[in-house]
Structures are given as structure tokens and as C-alpha cells.
Design a binder for this molecule. Structure first.
Ligand code: PEP
Ligand code: MG
Length: 838
């Protein structure tokens, strides 16, 4: 049996017909639902994907069958694509198939010559362009009228315009089947996630004619605003118009009463009332907000099609929540219907998608949201701008820890270098600042204070817009959409938490971060990077003194100055977190990051330390490492200069006592970074236990704490069974673990990541989406080995991957207890975790 003679090759869509999405496509299924609702749907037939493929390969459907399909009401049909997924698109719809001289004469009698001419002309144009593949220029102009088009067809093809309706239909079906198989169509749908061989069904439907006497035309209606998601009837009605065919009295009407002009509601109130009724019914039965396509033919309403309403990010949340609140879908389904990533659009200002964009360059979209401000080239200038009340965009080759205050002062950040986990990216995501990194197409001259990109030059003070969601840098100010942290957003996330099997914590270093984390309902802080607490103007000098101290006693003196400040930081964080867990990571970065990098800074430091400049320069040089990320940092620093961790432990314990005084006892979690050997943990643990004992003694107060280890080196993952013996918990720092597993610098990889991903060396940037095969295997091995030794151990992931939906899915399967991510990514993580838990 050939594909064309199989029983369901061509199905008349009735309530009981065997229509399947996988065989006939979504549109066929949707039409069947509308038919079952007894809406006035014109007679429709679904051609199966197998049948369409056979037609594309040159087989011809049975002529008698085609003639019977086309022999309905006016003898005219439309042909529409019906892919499995509406997002995959399809060839253009062709209307009015079947029209010929005879039918034209009949229509002219019934509907007037002008309407008949317009319908015939519209079809000749479509057929000539899409089926016969003639030069569109010869047919796109309607001025010459029907006769000219028919003559042009004849002169181009040496034959009369085909008069046999069955042949017309057969040719239209074939051309659509072939268009679907063309390379452009394949590429387009693959970009939308469709397989290259995705099937296509076709729908042949009796035409409801939209040209003729009385209230006649075609339109679409939806009950929801696509941008805001709030209830509002929108759409259009085009009188005397049907696709390309426009009658001489064609005019566009508003749907509802409108002071600006005539409306369908006034012209045909019953039709309008029916439309609204059908819209409401379709929402309930199809369990979705639908855009309904309709035709009115002399006040007779036909529903010809319905598609899922297009929606913005915020509308997608509101629609899902409203459907669940109205009892149309269960809350669990609402949670599944929203793409986690869209939530981050709701947290920030966004460039209005419909507004024009003057793109200067593109980079890596490191932190979402958009902001407009004036270019500055230094952190100091950003701070000065903030003090003046100006909005600054900080533009740097890359940022260093000293730039943090400038980043806080800026409204957005742009760097030429860097990748997803470079300094600028991590900090910006942490504080919710729009940020683009690795914009390698720009060149910055910070002396001349200019930014060049593709022949254009911008100066300090020029206004630009950073779209951190798309990675585009735009000239001037762009139109923005406001954040939408509304009731629907919160409701959706509450439902998500109910379903989730893992918890989400936040990476938070400052009180402001912690408050953001609470606002987004994070279940605690999974990573507090304490080094970020040493950068303000008051602490940096003490820190630098400490670095310059040669002797342990001198070092202790500087650390004693830092102690009360650290203690104050922790007291405040404990207070904000109100009993939720707080994981504090001991000092991690190489010390030289705290030293000035230029001559001017060194001179200022020499002055404040009362040392010759040469001493300062020498010390800076002696601390400089070839590979600082693999050098004296993390626990290595804790072991070689133990006074730093001693001070931090004391600050934590004293803060614990203070915070516990007014409420439930606080149990701090202390975390050791960059461990690679068990002995490192033993050494640090011994000292921290000693500090705890000393504080207990001095204060005569007892307290508990948990000491954990960050698994950030491949060796720590492999030796997790060993290391876990001294740890109360483990947390995978997947940023460093990725860096060290690949041997790929997190700060430099941005330069060639585009090329690597472009050529398929890496499927994705591994700093962005956790590499399951390599880094992921280390996470799985580490988890398994640790649990073998300590089955109840708490295991988490606190690298940037903790905020990425695909990576969360992996972590969940690897058996981690929670993930921790930047505060502004917590909502996305909560939703992704819920979707993966189902
Ligand atoms: C990590 O390495 O994954 C981590 C969380 O620590 P940091 O990013 O501070 O190095
Ligand atoms: Mg790390």
C-alpha cells in the first residue's frame, strides 16, 4: 500500500476522526478540538505527514479524491501547513485553490465582479509565485488587474492558467511539500529545535469567503494582551480582505468599540459576541490562550484556525498562573509551562523587543537586564557619576577586584575581555547589574577615553545601552519594559517550591545581596565570598598593611583591625538570614589582588605605609605569580599565612554568639576553598577548632559550627572519600573545577570561546552550562565517593552553574542536596529545580 492510500493518509476532520499530532500535525489536532466544540469550522481535511512526503516525492493523490475534497461550498479551498510543533513554521498558506473562469463567473454573480476579480487575482498571484515559481516582480503588483495577471502567466509559461481545480490542488500540495524539504526551511526549523527530517502535515479546508456583500472580511481575536498578559480583547478585522485578495472597499476595523474609528462590535454585534464566547470556550477546552482566526461572510461567522497566543516573558507567567487559578490547568502544569529563563526577564528592565536597535557591537550576555547610561572608563569616574546623580556605564578592558565599588556605582558594565565566570560577569550577576563581557569587537583607549567599534567612535559621556539579556551594545537610549515582580511571579514560584525536591540557596557577600536572596526566597546562603568584604576604603589599607607585614605579630596587628569589621559583617548577615543557613567561605584569592597595580597607586600606598616606593614595588613584584589562579590562593594561603583564617574564624564565632543572643542559636557553616589534599583540611580544622575553643573559653559560651570543604580541584573530587572524613559538608565550586578540569582560564577563555563553540569543539561554553561528560563526571564521582564514606553528608554546587537550568537538572540527578547561585538567578533556579523534580 502506498503512503497515499493508507486509511489515515487523508482524514476528514470530524469529532471522531483518528487525527494524531505526530501524523497530522498540531493544526489538524487543534482544528479537531474546535470541531468537537461545535464551532462553525468549515469542512477540513488533514493530509498525513507520510502522504505529504509521498506527494513531495512525486506521487499524485487520486484525482477523484481531490475533486471530492475541493467540491464543497464554493468549490474553493485553502491549504495550510500543520507541523508537529507550531514553532517549526511551515510553507505559506495558499488560499482560494480551485478558482477558474467558471467559478469566477459564478462568484461574480453571487458576490459581485469586484470581489470575484480580487479572489481570482489573489490566487493567480500566489500560484504564479509559490507554485509555478515565476518572477515575483511580475505578479506582486495588483494594479494591472486580473486580465494582466492571467496574460503574464500565459506569456511566462506558454500555457493558459490551469483551469482544473484538482490539478491546482495537486500542484499546491506538491509545492508546499517541496518547500518544506528545501535547505532554507530545514535550517530555519532546526534553529527552532526541530529535527532536520521533521514531518509536515497539510490541511485542506473549504474557503469561507471574505469578499462580498454585507459585513464581510477576515480577522483574528485574542482575549489577552500579548505584552502584559492581562485580559484585553485585541486583534483586527479586515473588511473585504482575504490574504492577498483585497476588495475595492477593503478597510480595517477595530474589534471593540473605539473612538478612533469603526469597529466590528458596532458593525455586527452578534458576530462579535459569538467571537468572544468562542474565545472563552476555546481557552477552557484547549487549556490555553488562543488567537482565533475567523472569517465573516455577510454576517456569517466561520472559525478557520486557532493558534497559541504569542506572548512576552511576563505574559507567559501571567497566562499560566491565570489558567491555573481559573481551574483550567493544575498548578503543577502551570509550573511546567513557563520556561525558567524567562523569569530573569521579569527581574530587570528589558529593551522593548519591538523598539528599534542601533547595534554597536555584541559580546557575551553575562548578566541579564538592560540599562542606559553614559560611558565612563574607570571605577572612579563611575563613582563620581553616581555622586552627581548620573547614570554611568562602566567600560573596561576587564574588571579587577578594585573595580567593585565602581561596578556598584554604575548602571551597567561592558568589558572587552572575559567570559561567563570572569570577575565582571560574576560580580554583575551577583548584584543584578546588566553586563556584557568579551566584546572583542571593541577597542578601548582609556587615556584618550574613547571606545571604537567597527568604524564608529564613542567618547566618555556618550550615551549607550547595555542589553545584558541579548549581549548587544546599543548606541543611545533604548525604549525599556519595566520589571514585573508581581503577584503571578510569586505565585508561580510558590507552586514551584512545593514541587521541588532540591533547595536553592544564594551566593551572597553583602547585606544587600542577602536581602535580595531573601526577597527571592532563597533557602539560605550557600556561598559568602569573604574576600569581597575587604575592598572598601576603610578596610583596604588594613588589608594592605597585613600583606606587607613580614612578621606574624605585625600581621596580627593589622588583622586585629579587620576583626571587628568582619564580625560586624557576619552579625548583619546572620540577622538578615534570620536562622536560615549561612555558608561562609574563608579567604580565597591570591593576595596580590589587593595591591595597587599602577605606579600612582603604589606611590599612594608607599605614602600611607611610610615606606620607600621601591619597597612597595619590590613587595608587589615578589607577590606577583605567573599563574595566580593556580598559585598561592585558597587553602594554600590559609596554611602558609594561618593568621588570616584564624581572624576570620574568630569573627565568625564571635558573631555567632552575638547573633544567637537574641534568637535561636545560629550554626555557621565554614567552608575551606581550593582544597586538593586531606592534610590541608586536617591542618585548617585543627586551627579552627582551636580558635573555637578559645572563643568558648573567653566568652564562656557554647556554640556549634560545621566545617566543610569546597571541591574545586579534580583531585579533591577524586579523593572526596578521603577528604570527607574531616568535613561536615562538601560544596562543588564548579567554576574552578571547570577551569582546572579543562585547563581553561576562566578569565581568558572568552577570547576564543566563540570560535570553539562555533566549530563545535565544545557544544556550549562549559563555564555557562556544566560539562556533563567531564566536569559532571567528577561531580558524580566525588558525590558517590563521599556518600560511600558518609551517607548523610550534605552536598551542594555553588559555582555559577547553580543558576543554569540545564546544569541544575544534572546536579539533581547526581544527587546534590542544594545548589547555590547569584541572588538574581534564584527564581530561575527555583523554577528549573521544580520542573526537573517532577
Ligand atoms: C567556584 O570556583 O566555583 C566558586 C564558587 O568559587 P569562586 O567562583 O569564588 O572561585
Ligand atoms: Mg573557586
Amino acid at each position: 500500500m502506498s503512503a497515499l492510500t493508507e486509511p489515515d493518509a487523508i482524514v476528514h476532520i470530524t469529532p471522531s476522526a483518528g487525527v494524531q499530532v505526530v501524523r497530522h500535525g498540531w493544526r489538524a489536532k487543534c482544528l479537531q478540538r474546535l470541531v468537537r466544540m461545535e464551532l462553525p469550522v468549515p469542512t477540513s481535511f488533514a493530509f498525513s505527514a507520510d502522504a505529504v512526503r509521498a506527494i513531495g516525492n512525486g506521487q499524485t493523490p487520486d484525482r477523484a479524491r481531490l475533486s471530492s475534497i475541493i467540491g464543497g461550498a464554493d468549490g474553493l479551498v485553502s491549504v495550510r501547513p500543520s507541523a508537529v510543533n507550531p514553532a517549526w513554521g511551515g510553507p505559506n498558506t495558499v488560499l482560494n485553490v480551485g478558482i477558474n473562469h467558471e467559478c469566477h463567473a459564478r462568484l461574480a454573480e453571487k458576490r459581485g465582479k469586484a470581489a470575484a476579480d480580487a479572489i481570482y487575482l489573489g490566487f493567480v498571484q500566489s500560484y504564479a509565485i509559490h507554485v509555478a515559481r515565476l518572477d515575483p516582480d511580475m505578479f506582486s503588483d495588483s494594479d494591472g488587474g486580473l486580465k494582466a495577471a492571467l496574460d503574464a502567466y500565459k506569456s511566462e509559461t506558454d500555457e493558459e492558467f490551469p483551469q482544473d481545480p484538482a490539478r491546482q490542488l495537486s500542484e499546491v500540495l506538491r509545492s508546499m511539500a517541496r518547500a518544506w524539504d528545501g535547505p532554507t526551511a530545514r535550517l530555519l526549523r532546526q534553529a527552532k529545535g526541530a529535527p532536520a527530517q521533521a514531518p509536515l502535515g497539510l490541511i485542506v479546508q473549504d474557503m469561507a469567503l471574505a469578499l462580498g456583500p454585507g459585513v464581510t472580511g477576515s480577522g483574528s481575536i485574542q482575549l489577552i494582551d500579548s505584552t502584559t498578559g492581562t485580559p484585553r480583547i485585541t486583534g483586527r478585522f479586515r473588511g473585504q480582505t482575504q490574504g492577498r485578495a483585497r476588495g475595492k472597499d477593503a478597510e480595517t476595523l477595530y474589534l471593540t468599540r473605539d473612538p478612533r474609528g469603526p469597529s466590528l462590535e458596532e458593525a455586527a454585534p452578534e458576530v462579535f459576541a459569538d467571537l468572544v464566547r468562542y474565545g472563552v470556550a476555546a481557552r477552557e477546552r484547549l487549556r490555553e490562550e488562543m488567537q482565533v482566526e475567523f472569517v465573516v461572510s455577510d454576517s456569517q461567522l466561520s472559525i478557520i484556525d486557532a493558534v497559541r497566543v504569542q506572548r512576552s516573558s511576563r505574559a507567559s507567567v501571567r497566562i499560566a498562573v491565570a489558567l491555573a487559578r481559573d481551574g483550567i490547568i493544575p498548578p503543577e502544569e502551570a509550573v511546567m509551562r513557563v520556561e525558567p529563563r524567562v523569569l530573569s526577564d521579569l527581574l530587570h528592565y528589558q529593551v522593548d523587543p519591538s523598539a528599534p536597535r542601533d547595534i554597536i557591537t555584541r559580546g557575551i550576555n553575562a548578566s541579564p537586564g538592560a540599562a542606559t547610561g553614559r560611558i565612563v572608563f574607570s571605577a572612579t569616574a563611575a563613582q563620581a557619576a553616581e555622586a552627581r546623580g548620573d547614570r554611568a556605564v562602566l567600560v573596561r578592558r576587564e574588571t579587577v577586584p578594585e573595580d567593585i565599588r565602581g561596578m556598584h556605582a554604575a548602571v551597567a558594565v561592558l568589558t572587552e575581555r572575559g567570559g561567563m565566570t570572569s570577575h565582571a560577569a560574576v560580580i554583575a550577576r551577583g548584584i543584578g547589574l546588566p553586563c556584557i563581557v568579551g566584546a572583542s569587537g571593541i577597542s578601548i583607549d582609556s587615556r584618550a577615553r574613547t571606545l571604537r567599534s567597527g568604524g564608529r567612535e564613542f567618547h566618555e559621556g556618550d550615551e549607550i545601552t547595555i542589553d545584558g539579556t541579548s549581549g548587544e551594545v546599543l548606541a543611545g537610549a533604548a525604549e525599556m519594559l519595566e520589571p514585573a515582580l508581581d503577584d503571578s511571579f510569586n505565585q508561580l514560584l510558590d507552586w514551584a517550591d512545593e514541587q521541588s525536591s532540591i533547595r536553592i540557596r544564594a551566593n551572597a557577600d553583602t547585606p544587600e545581596d542577602a536581602r535580595t536572596a531573601r526577597r527571592f526566597n532563597a533557602q539560605g546562603i550557600g556561598l559568602c565570598r569573604t574576600e569581597h568584604m575587604f575592598f572598601d576604603d576603610e578596610r583596604l589599607p588594613a588589608m594592605r598593611e597585613m600583606i606587607f607585614a613580614d612578621k606574624s605579630e605585625d600581621r596580627r596587628l593589622s588583622l586585629d583591625r579587620l576583626l571587628p569589621m568582619q564580625r560586624g559583617d557576619f552579625v548583619e548577615l546572620f540577622k538578615i538570614m534570620a536562622g536560615l543557613p549561612l555558608t561562609i567561605r574563608l579567604f580565597d584569592p591570591p593576595l596580590h589582588e589587593f595591591l595597587p597595580h599602577d605606579r600612582e597607586g603604589m606611590r599612594a600606598l608607599a605614602e600611607s605605609l611610610d615606606l620607600p616606593l621601591s619597597d612597595v614595588t619590590r613587595r608587589v613584584e615578589s607577590l606577583t605569580e605567573f599563574n595566580p589562579m593556580l598559585g598561592l590562593r585558597g587553602v594554600r594561603l590559609g596554611i602558609t599565612i594561618p593568621e588570616i583564617y584564624d581572624m576570620q574564624a574568630r569573627a565568625i564565632f564571635e558573631a555567632t554568639i552575638e547573633a544567637s543572643r537574641n534568637g535561636d542559636p545560629v550554626v555557621p557553616e565554614i567552608m575551606i576553598p581550593l582544597v586538593s589534599a586531606r592534610r590541608e583540611v586536617e591542618l585548617v580544622k585543627t586551627r579552627i577548632d582551636a580558635v573555637a575553643a578559645a572563643v568558648r573559653n573567653e566568652t564562656r559560651t557554647d556554640f556549634a559550627y560545621r566545617l566543610g570543604v569546597m571541591v574545586e580541584t579534580p583531585r579533591a573530587a577524586l579523593r572526596a572519600g578521603d577528604i570527607v572524613q574531616h568535613a561536615a559538608f562538601l560544596s562543588f565550586g564548579t567554576n574552578d573545577l571547570t577551569q582546572m578540569t579543562y585547563g581553561l582560564s576562566r578569565d581568558d577563555a572568552g577570547r576564543f570561546m566563540g570560535t570553539y563553540v562555533g566549530q563545535g569543539v565544545y557544544a556550549e561554553d562549559p563555564f555557562h552550562i556544566l560539562d556533563r561528560d567531564g566536569v559532571g563526571e567528577l561531580v558524580a564521582i566525588g558525590t558517590e565517593r563521599a556518600r560511600k564514606q558518609a551517607p548523610d553528608i550534605t552536598i551542594s554546587v555553588c559555582g555559577e552553574h547553580g543558576g543554569n537550568p540545564e546544569s541544575i537538572a544534572f546536579c539533581l540527578r547526581a544527587g546534590v542536596n542544594y545548589v547555590s547561585c547569584s541572588p538574581f538567578r534564584v527564581p530561575v533556579a527555583r523554577l528549573a529545580a521544580a520542573q526537573e523534580s517532577v
